[in-house]
Design a protein around this ligand. Sequence first.
Ligand code: ADE
Length: 230
Amino acid sequence: MRIDIVSIFPSYFDGLTLSLLGKAQSSGILDLHVHDLRDWTFDRHRTVDDTPYGGGAGMVMKPEPWGLALDELSTSTPESRPTIIFPSPAGEVFSQATARDLATREHLLFGCGRYEGIDERVFDYAASLGEVRLISLGDYVLNGGEVAVMAMVEAIGRLIPGVVGNPESLVEESHEDGLLEYPSYTKPAVWREREVPPVLRSGDHGRVAAWRHEQQLERTRRRRPDLLAD
Ligand code: ADE
């Protein structure tokens, strides 16, 4: 998979060279490119924002640098059109199902907005180059899209075959089957007067599986009843 990220703070993404996603890049599974939006500006101050038409607080990102960035990066995979993702608190809410869907794409292009957002015409233009998705991390406001893109790239990246060493570990996680994950324990069997549930030490795989499923249901009922309603 190819991933392009456009931001005015490209160093936010330095962390993506670490751990599993870093390995996926060295092994060629993931072809990740981070770009500075200001590379598509031509004035002395490398301006990316301006005051909003109609007035109001804050600044809006200008369409011209975005247009040039999208033109250049949307053709980086000649055989397929990109899925173009703009993180936005006004978008559809990101979920494990969204991550699974996006993990099947050839080319993801993320555009990180800042300030009061990006000139609305950019989204319409982007739709002429690929499928456009506005995606929110949740019902709260961040200062810009960078942190949201970090979270999305990690959630999507780990679902690409070969990125996570043991694919079985993906199956038993929270949200994969619509339930929260069961609790995990390791040695010692007793720690600070707290004992590991004896069933996990019984060696009876059937009882262990049943106990874990019951724990998943119980946790989900208590912490996230909305998931069971779905
Ligand atoms: N940009 C600002 N807030 C955001 C959010 N909640 N999700 C995605 N992008 C954002």
